[in-house]
Each structure stands twice: as C-alpha cells, then as structure tokens.
Design a protein around this ligand. Structure first.
Ligand code: SF4
Length: 425
C-alpha cells in the first residue's frame, strides 16, 4: 500500500447550473478515487458538497484535497481553496496539498494559480493524480494529457459514495452516470471540448457491459450515459453493448447529436429501435439553435430541418426526447418567440433553455467581436442561467430587451412544462 498521511479527500463543489443538487453521483471524483485505489490508496473520501456546509476541520489531516470543477462550479471551488489555505496558515501546516482539475482548470490553466492552488491540473487527471498526491511532480501547472486506452482505467469507485442520497427527481430511483466514450468531434462555437478533445475514444463493449453489471450489483437500475454523443458509432460496437445490457434490465438515457440520428446509416441499422429495446428510455438532443442562421452562428453543423426530423424520429421510435435550446443575446422577443414556435412545432417531452455562455477555450470566448458579443471575459464563471434560478452575474452581455425576452420565454416554458408528463429517467 502507498504511504499515506491521513488519506485523500476529493471534493465535488456545488454547481450553479443545476436546478437541484445530488441528482447523480459525481463521475469525475469517483474515477479519481478509483485511480488512487488502484495505486494502493485505501483512505480515499469523496465529498459531494451539494447544499451542505463543508466541515473543514476533519479534512485538515488529509494528505491532499483535490477539487474537480466545471466553470459554474469554480467560484465555490475557489472559496473552499481559500478556506483550506486559511486553516493551513492558522495551524502552520504545509498540508493538505490543494489541487484543482476538471474542465475549468483545463481552460484557464496557470491563470488559476493566483488563487493559491498548489497544483492546477490541465487535461485528464487519471495518470497524474497519484504522483501529484505524493508530491512527485513540481507544484504549479500539471499537464495531465489524455489517457490513450480508456479500457486500462479502473471502473469508477461508486462504493465510495452513498448512492441512496441521489435522485433525479423525488419519485425516481437512484441513477448512476457512466461514460462509454470520451471526446466530441463537433466544433460548436461556444463550447470548448479541450478536456477530452475532438478525437473520440471508446470504451470496449465488454468494459461498458461489465460496468453496468457492477452498477446493478449495487441495486441500481437506472443509468445515464454522459458521453457527448453516445450513439456516434452506431455499428457493431453499439450493437454489442445493447446486446450485453438488454438482459440486465436497466433503464438508461443518453445524449446524441442531431446528425447522428438522421444519418441514413444509423436509420438503416435501426439504431433508435435497438437502443430502445436495450432499455434506453430517453434521448437528449443538443439542438441549441432554432433556425438555420442561429445554427450556423453556433456552428452546430446541422439545419433546422434535420433538428425537427431528429426529434420526430426519436418520438416515433418510442423514446422520450429532451431538447436543449440556447437563447442568443441581443435577439430579443422575436428570437424568444421563434424558440417557442420550435417547441410547439416539434413537441418534445422536455425542453431545457440556457442563455449562451461562451465557454473559456471556445472560439466565441477567444473572438467575441466576430460573434457580435461584448462581455467581461474574466467574469464568465459568474454567469449562468438555469430554469427557476434565472440569470445571474452581469458580465455585460445581456441588455434590457434580453432580460425581457428571457423572462417571457421562461414563463411560457413553465406553463408548457405543466402540461407534460414527468420523464421516467
Ligand atoms: S456543444 Fe456538444 S456537440 Fe457541440 S462541441 Fe460541445 S460537446 Fe460537442
């Protein structure tokens, strides 16, 4: 067993983007916990802060405190960093080592070192987490890179967290997230896929089926595929996964791209019917734009006709369909009405609307002028929009007309949602 001070604590900060905390266990921290376990660490604690107050005192004996944060989680992560640094200062300790990784650290890199972290990890943390905890790498920026063969990774340490505290809704049973691939080949102007890159790496069917078997052994019957596009490779690999999980009697949902669904090859292979028969009850589509001009602005690489066709095909196959849409600043009520018309026209089962956030690392963030945008880049982690929480953080991107349009849109959506049955997963 590796030498340990008092173990390693991995913290998942709350996210402002979520309507509700603790819907599913945090996959990134559970993967890091598994990486450490496989290197001989037994004292690994995963804390999903959610709405709880974090009690730092018992954590100060740890060898290292690791945080994984997306952009909407970063301000909370920084608060935790400051609190630990303060405690360290008061007690005259050099430990616990403080490290941050995840999407925001990957976009921002060494800029985050000013917040006091001992380490900022860029890219995937799997290969560097143990050397970092053991102080075998120089402090500062750590380049995690990408894992070449995902199948060499241990399965996420789901046993490190109390699964029963997670519910996607009050009525639903616990649901566990998995990934069957990493990476996204698309190039949306507002998105940065720097952590996993544009090359898609796949877990083998045996790994995926084995992982889902392990999940069912925990008594969990619902799984969320977190892949950016879980159906992107609709051939033999997906067929083997579906065949392997069909007898396990799990219910699952996944994300996919419009073009994947309308692709004639996928249709010929009967992909939607195949995944439905293997337990897929819900497919989410990142449609984002509602006319050809906005789809081009967002660089979605598709057309509104294809978007409508994709929604129709999922419904026809008998799965629930959720669509993500993005309100684009400075488009006002006219665009909000177009979004409403799109929803009326396609009649999906669920709609989630966000306000455009140019993610650090995206083309839109790097060249806002080319997109007619003007905002304070350094404050982008303060800005979010999600359902009832509304818009927060004025970064200079929205004007009065935008706020009016967003309010109008959200009020309409609230009424519309009332008329819809709840999604099963
Ligand atoms: S928004 Fe989705 S489809 Fe577009 S690049 Fe990002 S992950 Fe890929």
């Amino acid at each position: 067993m590796a030498a340990e001070r008092e173990g390693v604590v991995i913290i998942h900060p709350p996210s402002k983007m979520l309507e509700r905390e603790r819907m599913v266990p945090p996959l990134g921290p559970l993967q890091l916990a598994a990486d450490l376990e496989s290197d001989g660490y037994e004292k690994v604690r995963v804390i999903d802060v959610g709405g709880d107050k974090l009690d730092l005192e018992p954590l100060m004996e740890a060898q290292a405190i690791l945080l994984s944060a997306t952009t909407p989680q970063y301000l909370e992560a920084r608060e935790i960093c400051r609190a630990v640094l303060q405690e360290r200062g008061k007690k005259g300790l050099e430990y616990p080592t403080l490290a941050v990784g995840g999407a925001h650290a990957t976009y921002m890199g060494s800029l985050l070192l000013k917040d006091g972290w001992d380490y900022v990890c860029v890219g995937e943390g799997d290969l560097v987490v143990t050397p970092l905890v053991e102080g075998r790498v120089a402090s500062g920026l750590v380049l995690g890179g990408q894992v070449g063969d995902l199948n060499t990774l241990p399965m996420p340490a789901y046993h490190r967290i109390d699964i029963s505290q997670y519910r996607r809704s009050q009525e639903h049973k616990p649901t566990i997230p998995i990934m069957t691939s990493k990476g996204c080949p698309h190039d949306c102007s507002f998105c940065s896929n720097e952590v996993w890159g544009r090359r898609v790496r796949f877990y083998k069917p045996d790994y995926v089926v084995g992982l889902i078997k392990k999940i069912t052994q925990l008594g969990v019957e619902q799984v969320v595929f977190y892949d950016d596009d879980a159906l992107i490779n609709p051939g033999e690999r997906l067929q083997r996964i579906c065949k392997g999980i069909e007898p396990l009697d799990v219910t699952w949902r996944c994300n996919t791209h419009v073009n994947t669904i309308v692709n004639p090859r996928a249709q010929n292979l009967g992909v939607l019917e195949m995944v439905r028969d293997a337990g897929c009850r819900h497919i989410s589509l990142g449609i984002d734009g509602v006319d050809d001009e906005s789809l081009s602005y967002l660089r979605k690489g598709t057309t509104v006709a294809r978007c409508k066709e994709a929604v129709r095909l999922v419904k026809e196959a008998g799965s629930y369909v959720k669509v993500f849409l993005i309100y684009i600043p400075r488009r006002g009520d006219i665009y909000a009405q177009k979004m409403i018309d799109f929803v009326k026209d396609t009649d999906p089962d669920f709609v989630q609307v966000s306000v455009l956030i140019p993610m650090p690392g995206s083309d839109m963030y790097s060249h806002p002028g080319e997109y007619g945008l003007n905002f304070r880049k350094s404050e982008v982690d303060r800005f979010y929009y999600c359902g009832p929480k509304g818009v927060s953080g004025d970064i200079g991107m929205l004007d009065e007309e935008d706020h009016h349009a967003i309010d109008y849109l959200y009020r309409w959506l609230s009424d519309w949602r009332e008329s819809k049955p709840e999604m099963p997963i």
